[in-house]
Design a protein around this ligand. Structure first.
Ligand code: ITT
Length: 194
């Protein structure tokens, strides 16, 4: 079984990814690896930020690892908050303030189309690989539900009638951007390691 360090400080991401991978491979979190750093995300694309995170941890540990960067891209806001999703309303990274800003900027605009996009950056045997997962949907008029994290209370995926924050982890996994990217990662690891 492969062991990979997951270069994130977001426990929600760890929980979601662990629920998808099952026993396919073993993940060690930064906390479990004894690494306490705030990984920089200075770039203007998800791809470059994901690479920055995995390369930072690879330089520190010299071990196989992966990271992911995710953005919520809203059509009527020209792709905002996008790469700025975590800090949309400021450096406090406050989920509620981010949602408030998003709903306020969208106002009563009838075009609510949006998508979540996840880019995973894997470093395996010192080489980098990327995997993408996209979930299309719409922004709700008001917040709904209290599960999940981030923008989950205002995102309704295509094919569903409720928000991510009203779904169990298993239900969210049927639609989610993260699940799609992780499934591609697992497939790649299976093919390279068998
Ligand atoms: P790491 O960089 O440590 O992995 P982070 O929280 O900073 O964790 P990102 O840079 O990828 O992660 O930030 C993306 C933000 O987008 C995140 O803070 C949430 O607000 C939001 N987000 C990401 N995935 C989401 C999801 O599945 N549902 C709702 N919101 C999400």
């Amino acid at each position: 079984m492969s062991t990979l360090i997951f270069a994130t400080n977001n426990q929600h991401k760890v929980d979601e990814i662990r629920s998808v991978i099952g026993s396919s491979f073993d993940i060690i979190t930064l906390k479990e690896a004894g690494i306490d750093i705030d990984i920089p995300e200075p770039h203007d694309t998800l791809e470059a930020n994901a690479a920055e995170k995995s390369q930072t941890i690879h330089r520190l540990t010299n071990q196989d690892c992966f990271s992911e960067d995710t953005g919520l891209e809203v059509e009527a806001l020209q792709g905002e908050p996008g790469v700025k999703s975590a800090r949309y309303a400021g450096d406090g990274r406050d989920f509620q303030q981010n949602i408030d800003k998003l709903l306020q900027k969208l106002g009563s605009n009838p075009d609510r189309k949006a998508r979540f996009r996840t880019v995973i950056s894997l470093i395996l045997d010192h080489k980098e690989y990327q995997f993408e997962g996209i979930c299309t949907g719409k922004i709700a008029e008001d917040q709904q539900g209290n599960k999940g994290f981030g923008y989950d209370p205002v995102f309704i995926p295509d094919g569903a009638t409720k928000s991510f924050a009203e779904m169990s982890l298993e239900e969210k996994n049927q639609y989610s951007h993260r699940q799609k990217a992780v499934t591609r990662l697992i497939e790649f690891l299976r093919n390279t390691r068998s």
